[in-house]
Design a protein around this ligand. Structure first.
Ligand SMILES: [Zn+2]
Length: 124
């Protein structure tokens, strides 16, 4: 999961540090409910409200899929002499990437659904 917002001047997408942040309340605790950012694209400074930050997919799922695919190939080769059962390891990347995707989707939904200030006018 990555957290992004948009520069109001040039629409450049800015990534926000999101380690250990699971929702907008965490983000507000860490940075304040409004915090200042500098756009690396147009150098403009602007203030962002935590409700204007959205969560999106990052590369976690493809990376987990790739690593577990390589692991599965090695495990299959290792167990190959045991016969057909060796091919069970080929399900590993499917299961690993599938559960990572599910987990990430849940975290993204949870972040995007919980607004810090629900009465505030919303642009998105
Ligand atoms: Zn900008």
């Amino acid at each position: 999961m990555k957290l992004i917002t948009q520069c109001p001047d040039c629409q450049h997408e800015l990534k926000i540090k999101s380690l250990f942040i699971e929702n907008r309340l965490d983000l507000a605790k860490e940075n304040g409910k409004e915090f200042e950012l500098r756009c690396p694209h147009c150098q403009g400074r602007f203030r962002v409200h935590v409700d204007d930050v959205v969560a999106e997919n990052d590369l976690t799922v493809p990376i987990i899929g790739g690593i577990s695919f390589i692991a599965a190939v090695f495990l299959t080769l290792y167990f190959l002499e045991m016969g057909f059962i060796a091919y069970a390891t080929l399900a590993l990347p499917v299961i690993a990437a599938g559960s990572a995707r599910q987990n990430q989707r849940n975290r993204i939904n949870q972040f995007n659904q919980l607004h810090y200030d629900s009465k505030r006018f919303r642009i998105r």
